[in-house]
Ligand binder design. Structure first.
Ligand code: HEC
Length: 80
């Protein structure tokens, strides 16, 4: 995916309000510093939305939204 900003994605990753969620959790609560996500492959955007809906109780992000591109860029940047 083109045009994502990994730095901005990292900020979103720690933002509890992502996807309009009202929970106090952020992605970082369950995946501290992105730990365990280094080998993520396949449909990264789909996995992110699954976690936003099920884990955060938020609304899924559009695949072509700036937020989704930034989050995908951040998670892709974790790959070793
Ligand atoms: C309540 C805990 C929780 C929260 C919050 C959460 N996740 Fe997850 N996530 C999981 C679990 C459990 C799995 C599946 C097991 C695993 O791979 O760690 C998972 C899996 C993933 C994977 C796939 C990992 C792999 O090995 O392929 C990605 C990518 C991911 N989450 C991203 C996110 C993002 C981005 C957010 C924030 C929008 C988020 N998660 C929020 C619990 C959570």
């Amino acid at each position: 995916m083109q045009g994502g900003d990994a730095e901005r994605g990292k900020t979103l990753f720690t933002d509890p309000a992502l996807g309009g969620s009202k929970s106090a959790k952020s992605c970082n609560t369950c995946h501290p510093e992105g730990k365990g996500l280094e080998n993520t492959g396949g449909d990264i955007a789909g996995t992110i939305n699954a976690c936003i809906e099920k884990a955060l109780g938020g609304k899924p992000l559009a695949a072509d939204s700036k937020e989704m591109k930034d989050l995908v860029a951040y998670i892709t940047s974790l790959k070793k």
